[in-house]
Ligand binder design. Structure first.
Ligand code: NAP
Length: 333
């Protein structure tokens, strides 16, 4: 897979996002001999590339590092001919008069006969004072990336879901203590993660509490929390704060382009067709009930098969046809 100049031709499929859903769609599209480009605003892999160990993806009974799993998917898509362009962000999608789609990126415009949206999610910000100021100086959303910096220290993890608990457990490899700050007195995380956290002597649970402020001089020195039942404030002396209070879909650029639900997730029919013909959605940014790699992979496969079927019936220039829009950035539709 290579980076390249914007295509002058009409592609069969442009896939937006190279997490498990987008990469799987790439494997299936290229095996169907569709001319396929996968666009990824960061490096391929999505959220899993930042995950230390994936234990619940079938076929890897010992678990597999998220980075390695993403790499394998990337290699597999390349094997069959998908072109991956990393560090190329999609900013707009528009339908053109001939029925093709213009996929506008920060480097130009690609024309495609169909589009698969797999833009994934990103960590939600809490917006509390200190959060933005201390990014890179004690505030993080990535234990895998930053955990080793906190060797021998005390950190706080905020949230009670799978991310908070699993990332907190990962942090115990390095830190002396993890305060897990959760707004309720019961974890949302899966039972196996809960059991591990409760059994880990480095965890101290700060129940019924929300973060109010991150304080420090040059670097983080404490997290101030408030008990939502009693109103009592508490200052946790920590060097790091890891926020895992949920995720937001990367779909702001799709507002008014395809139907989104009230939280911004992409709405589709049962066969992953969005409100635009020939545009399909899969993975964590899709309004589906399960945010798991296995789900993303299954949806990626289905989206690709549906795109292939759609193209069989489409009356739109086939690959190789010259493009009027190729190479020039254009305003969003
Ligand atoms: P999540 O499941 O939405 O959990 C977010 C947590 O943050 C919840 O405990 C929530 O509390 C809390 N929260 C939300 N807003 C808050 C606020 N403003 N202030 C304080 N706390 C707040 O998010 P996630 O853990 O990132 O997981 C996202 C999805 O990925 C989930 O479906 C999860 O199962 C999946 N995932 C799976 C794995 C795995 O299978 N190994 C690993 C990671 C993530 P409440 O509980 O009270 O709502």
């Amino acid at each position: 897979m290579t980076a390249g100049a914007p295509s002058q031709d009409v592609l069969d499929v442009v896939i937006v996002g190279a997490g498990p859903a987008g990469l799987t769609a790439g494997i299936y599209c290229s095996r169907s001999r569709l001319r396929t480009v996968i666009l990824e605003r960061n490096m391929a892999g999505g959220q899993i590339a930042l995950t230390e160990l994936v234990e619940n993806y079938p076929g890897f009974p010992e678990g597999i590092s998220g980075f390695d799993l993403a790499e394998k998917m990337k290699i597999q898509a390349a094997e069959f001919g998908a072109e991956l362009r990393e560090i190329e962000a999609v900013t707009a999608l528009r339908r053109e008069p001939d029925g093709c789609y213009g996929v506008v990126t920060d480097q130009g415009t690609l024309r495609a006969r169909s589009v698969i949206l797999a833009p994934g999610v990103e960590a939600k910000r809490s917006g509390i004072p200190g959060e933005a100021e201390f990014i890179g100086r004690g505030v993080s959303w990535c234990a895998t990336c930053d955990g080793a910096l906190y060797r021998g220290r005390t950190v706080a993890v905020v949230g009670g879901g799978d991310s908070a608990v699993e990332e907190g457990l990962f942090l115990t490899k390095f830190v002396d203590k993890v305060y897990l700050v959760h707004r309720r007195d019961e974890l949302r995380a899966a039972p196996i993660a809960r059991e591990r956290a409760f059994a880990n002597p480095k965890f101290e649970f700060v129940w019924d509490s929300v973060p109010r402020r991150i304080v420090g001089e040059q670097i983080v020195e404490a997290l101030e929390v408030e008990n939502v039942k009693t109103g009592v404030a508490r200052r946790l002396p920590v060097s790091g704060v890891f926020m895992y209070i949920g995720q937001l879909p990367n779909t702001t650029w799709l507002k008014d382009v395809v139907d989104l639900d009230e939280q911004g997730y992409i709405v589709t029919d049962a066969l992953l067709q969005t409100s635009l013909p020939g545009v399909f959605a899969c993975g964590d940014a899709h309004a589906n009930p399960l945010k798991q790699i296995a789900m993303a992979v299954g949806e990626g496969a289905l989206a690709a098969v549906q795109a292939d079927r759609y193209l069989d019936e489409l009356d739109c220039p086939a690959p190789g046809a010259a493009s009027a829009a190729g190479g020039s950035a254009a305003a969003p539709a």
